[in-house]
Design a protein around this ligand. Structure first.
Ligand code: GAP
Length: 481
């Protein structure tokens, strides 16, 4: 039987720069790499490695399960990233999706004028652009949408954008969903997918990127019931994070006092990252703004000559707009109206980063020879952990690998599990601790004679002996399936 690691570890506060340690761990263990790293890297874009892709997928799956799978009133969608250019005119992104930007004429760098305190000037030694003495321009607006062209001709009629949010794909499909499913207001449409924003200052690792994934849901409700639904969704969404193990003490709600043009109320769910409080998700009461705007937009299509979008006038909102394609007919009340929308909009990359930061821990634990050393462990919720269990033969002989493989082959049909016979058992445990594997299953001499294995718990490091045929149930219980 594997004998090390049987005493309880004692938690310690990680010394040094916590964020640097987390970034180093995510690289060392194959969670996150900088995009195009071998070419010197690209700013604001990230690649998820073998562990990262599993973790992020588990985050997205947990969201999908809570928002679509377990709810009768929400359906899913996967809309295209490329959309009709007028979508972005109607939504307000062409005219208003911009950040104020300042150029430094001395070092030629660009900064967000509302984020100058955290910015770093391009000259060495690096200082704040407010302190380096460089000549700064007046702020001007910079549209964050990435432009592209549909087809081979790069003129204004072919110009469109990589979507800066997934939400507009949902609004554009409102009528399709109504006519093809049995949904009735109140109901929601949810989707997970890539969004793109040409951020002026991408920073804080994956927190502010130029390419990222969103998990958004538009919940359509009867006008007048929107305030109640807004409150409900703020509560539901905050609970989702704590149910998946995020520390309640590091989460807070922040009500906006300066509201976006489409919003009647917005509350952010923020997490205390090692670099400070940051938004994980915004819950907004978008009223009937979007459906009404698109109602105008779809009437503009025939009138648009393909010219510059910023000078396009959307069709007027005449008396007929209530009856348009994006309205809803209530069969029981025999009334037609434009629903109000509550939008919980979360970032998959930010949630993943928060779960990583929250899970990172160091403790004092004995190594294989009983010597106490610092152990790095990711205490991820078992449902989010990339690998649910590692199957480890104690020896590379005496039938251990064959028996361990048999267990692995059985468990892999149900869970994402790992087989590892590569190093000393203590080293293999430590590797699994660093990637957050909740259980390590060791096959040893007793397994060969009586069919039992040891199961080691990542957090307590305690080991119990169980029969091989109990392993499925044990893992299921741990994950909470
Ligand atoms: N449809 C509303 C909307 O897009 P948002 O607050 O701009 O609202 C929603 O974005 C979420 O998307 C944010 O709370 C954040 O988690 C994520 N997000 C936004 N910009 C991001 C960026 N540059 N990098 C990473 N995640 C981002």
């Amino acid at each position: 039987m594997a004998k090390e690691d049987s005493s309880t570890p004692t938690q310690q506060s990680p010394a040094g720069n916590l964020m640097e340690k987390i970034v180093a761990l995510t690289k060392r263990r194959g969670f996150i790499f900088q995009s195009s790293e071998v070419y010197g890297g690209v700013n604001g874009a990230w690649d998820y490695g073998p562990m990262g892709v599993l973790l992020k997928r588990n985050v997205k799956d947990a969201w999908w399960r809570a928002m679509v799978h377990e709810r009768e009133d929400i359906v899913g969608l996967d809309s295209a990233i490329l959309m009709h250019p007028l979508v972005w005119k109607s939504s307000g992104h062409v005219d208003g999706f911009s950040d104020p930007m300042i150029d430094c004429k001395t070092c030629k760098k660009r900064f967000r004028s509302d984020d100058m305190d955290g910015a770093v000037c391009g000259l060495k030694p690096s200082k704040s652009p407010l302190a380096c003495g460089g000549e700064l321009t007046e702020p001007r607006n910079f549209n964050l949408m990435f432009e592209t062209f549909l087809g081979p001709i790069s003129d204004s009629s072919a110009k469109t954008f990589l979507r800066p949010e997934t939400a507009q794909g949902i609004f554009a499909n409102f009528a399709n969903v109504i006519s093809t499913t049995r949904v009735k207001v109140p109901f929601g449409i949810a989707q997970v997918g890539k969004s793109f924003r040409n951020e002026i200052n991408p920073r804080n690792f994956t927190f502010r990127s130029r390419e990222f994934e969103q998990m958004e849901m538009e919940f359509f409700c009867v006008p007048g019931t929107d305030d109640d639904w807004f409150k409900k969704w703020v509560e539901i969404r905050k609970r989702w994070y704590t149910d998946l193990g995020l520390s309640d003490g590091k989460l807070r709600l922040r009500d906006h006092d300066k509201l976006a043009h489409y919003s009647k109320a917005t509350t952010d769910i923020e997490y205390l990252f090692p670099f400070g409080w940051g938004e994980l998700e915004g819950i907004a009461n978008r009223t009937d703004f979007d459906l009404r705007q698109h109602q105008r937009g779809i009437r503009t299509v025939g009138k648009w000559d393909g010219g510059d979008l910023s000078s396009v006038e959307l069709a007027a909102e005449d008396a007929e707009y209530q009856k348009g394609k994006l309205s809803y007919f209530d069969d029981e009340k025999k009334q037609r109206y434009i629903p109000y929308v509550i939008e919980p909009a979360a970032g998959a990359d930010r949630a993943t980063l928060a779960f990583l930061c929250d899970a990172y821990a160091e403790d004092n634990a004995p190594d294989a020879n009983g010597k106490v050393e610092t152990r790095v462990v990711l205490r991820l919720h078992p449902r989010l952990a990339p690998i649910k269990a590692a199957i480890l033969p104690l020896m590379r002989k005496d039938g251990h690998p064959e028996r361990a493989r048999k267990i692995y082959d059985d468990l892999k049909r149900r869970f994402f599990v790992d087989y590892d016979e590569s190093a000393a058992i203590g080293k293999r445990y430590r590797r699994q601790d660093e990637i957050g594997t909740p259980l390590c299953i060791t096959v040893d001499y007793d397994t060969i004679t009586d069919g039992t294995v040891t199961v080691r718990d990542r957090d307590t490091m305690q080991q119990v002996r169980v029969s091989e045929d109990k392993l499925r149930d044990l893992i299921e219980e741990k994950i909470g399936l």
